[in-house]
Design a protein around this ligand. Sequence first.
Ligand SMILES: *Cc1c(COP(=O)(O)O)cnc(C)c1O
Length: 381
Amino acid sequence: MPDATPEHTLLTPGPTPIHPRAMQALTRPMLGHMDPEVFALNREIQADLRVMYGTEESTFTALLAGTGSLGMEASFANLVEAGDEVLVCANGSFGRRMAEMAARYGARVRLVTAPLGEAINPDAVAAHLDGVRMVAVVHGETSTGVLNPVPEIARLVRQSGALLTVDAVTTAGMEPFHMAEWGVDFAYTGAQKCLSAPPGLAPVAISERAFARFAARRAPTPLWYCDFEGLRDYWEDHSYHHTVPVNLHYALHAALRAALDEGLENRQRRVQEVGAAIQTALAPLGFTSYVRRPEDRLPTVLALRLPEGFDDAGVRTALRERHISVTGGLGPTAGLIWRLGLMGETARPAPYLTLMHALEDILGERGLAGRFQDALAPVPA
Ligand SMILES: *Cc1c(COP(=O)(O)O)cnc(C)c1O
């Protein structure tokens, strides 16, 4: 191993580079998970998460000690019982992961799908809601760069009386997310995506309706670690449940503060600006949007169809040699698309300027970096 890791440009759709304020927070001396200072920090995290998710003042928020997938699993583990009808919107690999988890907790899963690269049609959800106890949908499907119409789906689900779980991993903190206004019951994300904190925490928000469903369970959840009541014991009553990773809490607290200091609207604008400049720079080479309908495009994961005859593997290897990570397609889209991350600290001009310079060099093309810079909105004085 070399003793100094060279500067790396991480353009993947997660993990994202750790925010400098989060990096600094990681070096704070360790405290016990039952220390009053940690409880005070946790309270600030809970308040900031309410802002990030757009919840009511009374909504319970917390961090689960695991990655985004633990947030996903906690929903099914706490809110599903054997035999429950659960409708899962699955138009990509994370939707399919939800269906797999729901089935493992005993759900009778109804799938609503869409062709790859297309959003879920709310009419298809409406047609299958009868008798459903819970609906689960991925807001932004990372595997295809598709944004699903969560507000429309939520309106239908509210009328039906079912609970609604939303995967907010590629959206909350970077794109509009309004849990209370839309009527979402369980939302989760992963620390290393839009917040640019280290991986290992899943911020969640749980509605009162979800707690009521949990309280009416016939049997305790088989997932002791993320039992809703156990979470409340620690986060609200300050009694021991398990040892939370205090150093990761420090870092997430700093990253979340940085996001709210910047302003959620400013972050949305940053994603739009950098995304548009990337497309302007790459379009003359033959890169086009993979997601056909503009309203279905997820701003934080820019899925671009590669030009005819483009050497995907060769170019990405050459980029990797220059310490630049770019993610290709998954399964059926492998070799067909690139998925450029625009979450958290990745959605900045500097890392993408590095990419443009490297591509000029690798492809023997000129003008990419210039086009990229010209396309960026001029910085106000
Ligand atoms: C990354 C991701 C997850 C899973 O998160 P992990 O932190 O890898 O467990 C879930 N859903 C979506 C949409 C994601 O992008």
